[in-house]
Write a protein of this length. Structure first.
Lengths: 259, 208
């Protein structure tokens, strides 16, 4: 497993494009980007896109596949699930899934140098696992007003300065890129469910339920389709900006020095 | 002789100071401009006399009027089209602006109506030359969302041309979509796509 992971890492590094080191940003980076963006100019990229997407034809096939999967399978399941389980209970499940993945958030907070956030994750985990009854309640937030921002390994790599590389729309998993794929693989391999005595079916059941539950609470895909002219591009751009914003928030403030 | 000389100096000083003083009084800052617009918008959205489907048309008309006092739809439409804007004539630009404004109205007023803005917190403004960004925090449920407005200094004062909600930029996203469509399709084709979308949204909107 470790060998495969390091091989993927090497491959990913190979494919990363140069944009990584050039774009040193900080908290003001988001505002800077908004002020600097020239809508009337397509820049150096001949296709003009902000996202490097040489696999577009293949990605579009997977995007269509995911679209069918959503409307034919996922949506009916989500609707049935929502009809049976009231939203309060679904929120409890969501808390439970978040609580279980706390160790990953903690690890990535530390790797990104967000020590205060890491401490918050520990407090939340302790409070919610006990007073919150195994993580089903969010007592930390409701009673103590302790909240935290998520953290993942793709984001960590971005904070460290790695570019996003090639855009990939995975079947089932959806929008991603080289960096976040490596991140997801790392997060999944360190996920606490790996250290529990679970069969593969149980593990799939765990992640499947997590997804259906999350879909039922945040139906973002349908909104995206409804309000866009080219859902593939809308999703690609939204994913790119969303991830970039998550990374920019924690990037180092010092711009690179020219030697 | 002495008097006229000091008069000339006096007039000169007044004119010199006038150059600095005038713009300060003429133009409101970005936040100063945004505040009344957003306050009025929040008021309309929460007005009990305008709730429900019965008042839909009246409410939407008022919301749109308010939005247009702070948001520059012409600039939005120009930017959403990017480079292609330069290749089309005035008539096509007007046609496009009309259809696109209609789309934004259909799509986003509906969304705004779903939001119940409790409180808008003005975090800060950054001004660079004739552009500015106003950062606000909006409460939605228990979460605070960062909403940024991108503005340009126009003869009417600071006007919004893009909105960034939680890192996602509205006009920029549509610009990417349109550019991708225009790689394969003509401008007329794009116009038709927008108009078809408007028609289908209006049909669905009335049904609900």
């Amino acid at each position: 497993m470790k060998k495969i992971l390091s091989l993927i890492m090497l491959l990913a590094l190979f494919f990363m494009r140069g944009s990584a080191w050039a774009a040193q940003k900080n908290n003001a980076g988001a505002v800077d980007d908004l002020l600097n963006f020239d809508y009337m100019d397509d820049g150096k990229n001949p296709a003009g896109s902000q996202v490097y997407d040489p696999l577009e034809p293949l990605n579009r096939v997977f995007f269509t596949f995911n679209d069918k999967l959503y409307f034919w399978v996922e949506k009916p399941v989500v609707e049935g699930y929502s009809a049976v389980i009231p939203s309060d209970l679904r929120k409890c499940f969501s808390n439970f899934f978040d609580n279980i993945s706390s160790p990953i958030t903690f690890l990535n907070d530390v790797l990104q140098g967000r020590f205060s956030d890491a401490g918050t994750v520990v407090s939340r985990f302790v409070i919610n696992s006990t007073l919150g009854v195994f993580g089903f309640g969010d007592t930390a937030k409701d009673a103590f007003n302790i909240t935290t921002k998520s953290a993942d390994f793709g984001q960590t790599l971005g904070v460290w300065g790695l570019g996003e590389g090639v855009y990939i729309c995975w079947p089932v998993f959806g929008p991603s890129n080289m960096r976040d794929t490596v991140g997801l693989a790392a997060d999944l391999s360190t996920h606490p469910t790996n250290f529990m005595d679970l069969t593969t079916t149980e593990r799939i059941g765990y992640f499947g339920t997590n997804r259906i539950n999350s879909d039922s609470l945040h139906p973002i895909y349908e909104e995206l389709v409804k309000y866009s002219f080219d859902p593939y591009v809308a999703a690609r751009q939204a994913f790119h900006e969303y991830r970039q914003a998550k990374i920019d928030r924690y990037r180092n403030t010092k711009p690179p020095k020219n030697k | 002789m002495k008097t006229s000389k000091s008069t000339v100096v006096f007039i000169g000083v007044v004119f010199f100071l006038g150059m600095f003083v005038q713009p300060v009084f003429a133009v409101k800052g970005p936040i100063e401009m945004m505040k009344p617009v957003l306050t009025k918008l929040t008021g309309l959205l929460n007005d009990p006399n305008l709730q429900g489907d019965v008042h839909r048309d009246e409410r939407r008309q008022k919301i749109m009027e308010t939005i247009k006092s702070g948001f520059d739809f012409h600039e939005m439409c120009k930017r959403v089209l990017g480079r292609t804007w330069r290749d089309i004539d005035d008539e096509q630009r007007e046609h496009f602006t009309k259809s696109m404004t209609k789309f934004l109205e259909n799509a986003y007023i509906g969304k705004l109506e779903d939001y119940h803005y409790k409180k808008i917190e003005y975090v800060g403004e950054t001004i660079r030359d004739d552009r500015a960004v106003v950062t606000t925090m909006v409460e939605k449920g228990n979460v605070k969302l960062p909403v940024r407005y991108v503005l340009q200094l126009t003869p009417q004062g600071w006007m919004v041309y893009d909105i960034n909600i939680e890192g996602l930029t509205l006009v920029k996203n549509y610009r990417e979509q349109f550019r991708s469509i225009l790689l394969k399709d003509s401008f007329t084709g794009l116009l038709k796509i927008i108009e078809d979308k408007n028609k289908s949204m209006e049909k669905n909107g009335k049904g609900s």
